[in-house]
Design a protein around this ligand. Structure first.
Ligand SMILES: [Zn+2]
Length: 311
């Protein structure tokens, strides 16, 4: 072990470079694909498909607002060494992605290279605006809704995309990736059988969500989102919008407001009190709450918790 006598500064440097340094010290690991993803969900699924043939890192944490991540400069080094850069796309990472990629100057993960993986390309995207969208109005979904990982069927689509890209970059692992994909899909299918009753109980139930992030979840469960706390995706609630929302909730019988941990709980509580509803904070990603450390578990938690809340 190399901990004795190290200064704090060296320790921090070692922590930052941690995973890659470890890889370099192991002969077997030198052939592993180095995968960097923007989110925890993408990394979790990549690891299920990649198994021990990849090693990965993610940039945003599951409890952070993915629209407004402060990407640390240390990620430039990770991207410089990466074989794969996988991101949600649809402008979710627009605030920082090109800065990091330009800094990394890594031809393997440049647009057009097989290591550049825009995961949204594998997804049937919803809420795509029909006309031109002016970002100055504050809409953070100008290319359609990027929160597609909250539908487990899209989780499978993400996994299949990783199978294809990893096999292209590492043909010797094609069989392993295929096998791992099958295991991941089987695990999700088993989980879906367990949550089927709760999913059915959600069909048609009126609720409110803070952000349109729950639209894919609603597509999967059939829960009826009758209104959003935000007047537009990314635009904070205004008093007049909330007054209208409270009326809608009363009229439609919406008894639950769901929201991510990073939105303003007080405002949600205020609306809930006026409308005779309750607020339910749900983890939007792997790592979005304590104990939510796998993808199927995150979906399961959200379906069961919401089914209980709308009972
Ligand atoms: Zn969003």
């Amino acid at each position: 072990m190399r901990t004795i006598g190290r200064t704090g500064k060296t320790m921090i440097r070692a922590l930052v470079a941690g995973a890659w340094l470890f890889a370099a010290s192991s002969a077997a690991a030198q052939t592993r694909l180095k995968v960097v993803t923007s989110t925890t969900d993408l990394l979790y699924i990549a690891e299920q498909v990649g198994g021990n043939r990849i090693e990965g890192k993610h940039i945003s944490e599951g409890y952070q607002d993915p629209h407004f991540v402060e990407a640390k400069p240390s990620f430039v080094l990770d991207l410089r060494r990466a074989d794969v850069w996988a991101f949600v796309g649809l402008d979710l990472e627009i605030g920082w992605m090109s800065l990091l990629l330009n800094g990394a100057r890594n031809p393997k993960i440049k647009p057009g290279a097989p290591g550049y993986v825009d995961v949204s390309k594998a997804i049937p995207v919803i809420d795509v605006p029909s006309g031109a969208v002016d970002r100055s109005q504050g809409d953070v979904h100008p290319l359609g809704n990027p929160h597609y990982w909250l539908d487990p069927d899209n989780g499978k689509r993400i996994a299949r995309l990783f199978r294809d890209r990893f096999a292209e970059l590492d043909p010797a692992g094609a069989g392993a990736y295929e096998k791992n994909l099958g295991a991941f899909e089987a695990t999700l299918d088993r989980a879906a059988a367990e949550w089927a009753g709760a999913r059915a109980a959600l069909r048609g139930k009126p609720i409110v969500a803070w952000h349109t992030s729950w639209r894919y979840f609603a597509e999967y469960t059939g829960v009826d989102i009758v209104g959003f706390m935000e007047p537009k995706p990314g635009v904070p609630p205004s008093p007049s919008h909330l007054a209208g929302l409270i009326m809608t909730m009363k009229r439609r019988g919406a008894k639950v407001i769901i929201m991510e941990p990073y939105y303003d709980r007080k405002t949600a509580d205020f609306v809930a009190t006026k409308a005779g509803a309750t607020v339910l904070v749900l983890p939007p990603s792997v790592g979005g709450a304590k104990g939510i450390d796998d993808y199927g578990g995150m979906i399961r938690h959200n379906i069961l918790a919401l089914a209980k809340a709308v009972e």
